[in-house]
Design a protein around this ligand. Structure first.
Ligand code: ZN
Length: 192
């Protein structure tokens, strides 16, 4: 069995033993807020934002970007499950700053093996590639604070997002764990 698979299942056994009363949690998040953030393994929203099971919705993707799918989740989050405040949290040293659509499209066209990075991306894979990546917008980031502003603005202006939900824009500093406000984003995200 895969080492990781084994470790995960072992960890889960322990989690089940300590599960306590969590089976009684309600479906709607008790603290009525949602966080959209990056999938980066260094970020743990439960820890950096003080969440326990049942507290809040956490929506994660590469970059913490306001993709159509992220907005789909946010709409369900307020409309059916009652969240009243939202956070968009990007972070320093995000991998999404390290490539462009063109670079990733070319890497995927070269092979479907993992590429290497030593200041620039290189593909030395041996599997056949595919051009399918060339038509995808990977929502890369060139300006970190600007990307938070852009995403808060996109959510704020979405037809299915109500004006009374405040959207806060933050950057998580991977060197200190601190959340730093992007004031221009929070300003755009304020209730109307
Ligand atoms: Zn990231």
């Amino acid at each position: 069995m895969s080492t990781v698979l084994n470790e995960v299942l072992e960890a889960n056994k322990q989690y089940v033993e300590d599960f306590g009363e969590k089976g009684d949690l309600a479906l709607p998040p008790a603290r009525q807020f949602a966080v959209l953030t990056c999938m980066d393994a260094r970020l743990d929203p439960a820890k950096y934002a003080g969440l326990s099971e049942g507290d809040a919705h956490v929506i994660r993707n590469a970059g913490g970007r306001a993709s159509e799918d992220a907005i789909r989740s946010l709409v369900i989050s307020y409309k059916l499950l009652g969240t009243k405040e939202w956070f968009v949290i990007h972070h320093t040293e995000c991998g999404m700053e390290l490539f462009t659509n063109e670079i990733l499209g070319d890497l995927l066209a070269s092979s479907l093996d993992t590429a290497t990075f030593d200041g620039e991306w290189k593909d030395t894979g041996s599997t056949p590639g595919s051009d399918a990546g060339k038509s995808i917008d990977f929502l890369t980031i060139s300006d970190l604070a600007g990307s938070v502003v852009e995403d808060v603005e996109k959510i704020r202006n979405h037809a299915l997002v109500p004006p009374y939900i405040p959207i806060y824009g933050y950057i998580y500093d991977v060197k200190t764990g601190r959340l730093i406000e992007v004031e221009a984003a929070t300003k755009i995200g304020q209730i109307k």
